[in-house]
Design a protein around this ligand. Structure first.
Ligand SMILES: [Zn+2]
Length: 56
């Protein structure tokens, strides 16, 4: 029986407890949810979603 594990999400700074879905990857889990996990991906990217269009 493992002790109750708890981690703190670096994105929302909220403590989250071990979940059954993380039983196999708990050691690699760093975010409380996938939403927070994506929040950390591709940071510092400067891409213009709206390219300038030449008019006239
Ligand atoms: Zn979070």
């Amino acid at each position: 029986m493992k002790p109750r594990a708890e981690k703190v999400c670096p994105v929302c700074h909220r403590p989250f407890q071990w979940r059954r879905r993380w039983a196999r990857c708990w050691d690699d889990v760093r975010y409380c949810s996938r939403r927070c996990r994506r929040h950390r991906t591709s940071e510092g990217v400067q891409n213009d979603p709206h390219p300038q269009t030449d008019s006239g």
